[in-house]
Design a binder for this molecule. Structure first.
Ligand code: UDX
Length: 436
């Protein structure tokens, strides 16, 4: 099928390449010429495992191309909208500028019977507002939220754990369901749940899924706060409650909390939307989820201060990690970098290293010192802080080896990803998050 994908960021670029890889003819459209130039050469403009391969394959096959010219959307049967919905500059709500601009730019090129499928995460009610503009062109608007995780985006797109499509309750809506099933034929054939809803439910599915995930993380981080005062171990607690399959162990990783381009801004936008709808109290707890999350960054900074005897001023601190999570070069709302910046603000000499995110981090926070080589970054350090659980720090960093590089023997495990006993046995003072 001929498809267009408007917006070629994390979501759109992966979606376009994944749709080409399952046999569709896809044009990806973005206003950013540099991004389009890279993608046209089959190069990924950001780090995402597996993406370079399917991009190069798609471009070489002729089924995948990229352009800045919206007119090239003409002739596609389904037009996916995958532009960003960032947090507003002066508020907590979602900024819908890019969604509105994408729809307005696309409408002149729509043909009767086309489908416009929104994938961006939007405040509930957005699809209803956009519908008249799309229907005036004889096309049908549906909402098809995306649940991909950075680092696993290709796999999550080609083989999702569920597909959700919100459609209007019209004949056109029913026809759109059949067409979307054709688009997603391989996962549908595999029996992947395909859930058809109305537009508002589909929009809500996405934000409530992210709100639930954020709540799970802040719940365990709240338990970490309690564990800290009584000398309990939150990682054992998470294992023990996680065995109950009604609870589940996933997303009970206590540490410096969640960041990235989705969870933080999505829960804030959800709260803002609920308030607009007069239902602010229904999800007032999400404000606390956000507060707990931010407090864990303070806690990590405090542990470094404590570990260094009450002050980090003019101390060498090595920060292992900059990306908001491993397998990503994304530093948007990264708790890792936030901790590094705060330590720098307290007068520490901060050296940051990361396998993928240094260039992005350096552009945003040039005041920090960046070193690509991990061992070089550890040299002469007074305290080491693990803030992104890359394998390079988690599995492939024996304490005996680190002892040969650093000055001090203080390690703060902001992700509870190290073997505390092994570090202590090697003569280190180990601090975890919510661990004795
Ligand atoms: C998230 C959702 O998982 C995904 O379904 C949605 O489409 C987009 O938002 P992503 O932002 O890629 O995906 O990251 P995710 O893997 O969810 O991690 C988010 C943050 O939570 C990271 O900073 C991670 O380090 C943190 N986290 C995750 C924890 O602190 N503890 C955990 O147990 C799990």
């Amino acid at each position: 099928m001929r498809l267009s994908v408007i917006g070629c960021g994390y979501l759109g670029a992966v979606h376009a390449a994944a749709m080409a890889s399952i046999g569709h003819e896809v044009v990806g459209i973005d206003v950013d010429q540099r991004k389009i130039d890279a993608l046209s050469k089959g190069e990924a403009p950001f780090f995402e495992p597996g993406l370079p391969e399917i991009l190069a394959e798609g471009v070489a096959s002729g089924r995948l191309r990229f352009t800045t010219d919206m007119a090239e959307a003409k002739g596609a049967k389904v037009h996916f909208i995958g532009v960003g919905t960032p947090q507003q500059r002066d508020g907590y709500g979602a900024d819908l500028t890019y969604v509105n601009a994408a729809v307005d730019a696309l409408v002149p090129y729509l043909s009767a019977g086309d489908i416009v499928a929104g994938k961006s995460t939007v405040p509930v009610g957005t699809a209803a507002e956009l519908t008249p503009r799309v229907e005036a062109a004889g096309a049908t608007l549906v909402w098809n939220p995306e649940f991909l995780r950075e680092g696993w985006a290709v796999q999550d797109t080609i083989d999702p754990d569920r597909l959700v499509v919100g459609v209007p309750s019209t004949d056109e809506g029913a026809a759109a369901v059949d067409i979307l099933k054709e688009v997603y034929a391989p996962p549908v054939a595999k029996g992947t749940p395909f859930i058809v809803t109305d537009l508002a439910t589909a929009e809500l599915v996405k934000v409530s899924a992210n709100a639930f995930l954020a709540t799970k993380i802040s719940f365990i981080n709240a338990m970490a706060e309690i564990a800290e005062v009584v000398g309990a171990d939150v990682t054992q607690l998470a294992d023990a409650i996680g065995h109950d399959d009604r609870i589940g162990r996933k997303f009970l990783g206590a540490g410096i909390g969640f960041g990235g381009g989705c969870l933080p801004k999505d829960i804030r936008a959800f709260s803002a939307r609920a308030e607009e709808l007069g239902r602010g109290e229904s999800i007032a707890f999400l404000r606390q989820i956000d507060e707990i999350n931010m407090r864990r960054r303070d806690r990590a900074v405090q542990l470094v201060v404590d570990g260094l005897g009450g002050s980090v001023f003019k101390k060498n601190v090595t920060v292992l990690g900059a990306a908001f999570k491993p397998h990503s070069d994304d530093i948007r709302d990264s708790p890792a970098l936030d901790v590094a910046v705060r330590l720098h603000g307290l007068g520490a000499w901060v050296t940051v290293t990361d396998p993928e995110a240094i260039a992005n981090a350096q552009a945003k926070h040039p005041q920090l010192n960046y070193v690509a080589d991990r061992d070089e970054a550890l040299r002469s350090s007074d305290a080491v802080v693990v803030v992104t659980e890359w394998d390079e720090y988690r599995r492939q960093m024996p304490p005996e080896h680190v002892s040969t590089l650093t000055e001090g023997r203080v390690i703060i495990d902001g992700r509870n990803c190290l073997d505390a006993a092994a570090w202590r046995a090697a003569g280190w003072t180990y601090y975890g998050m919510g661990r004795p």
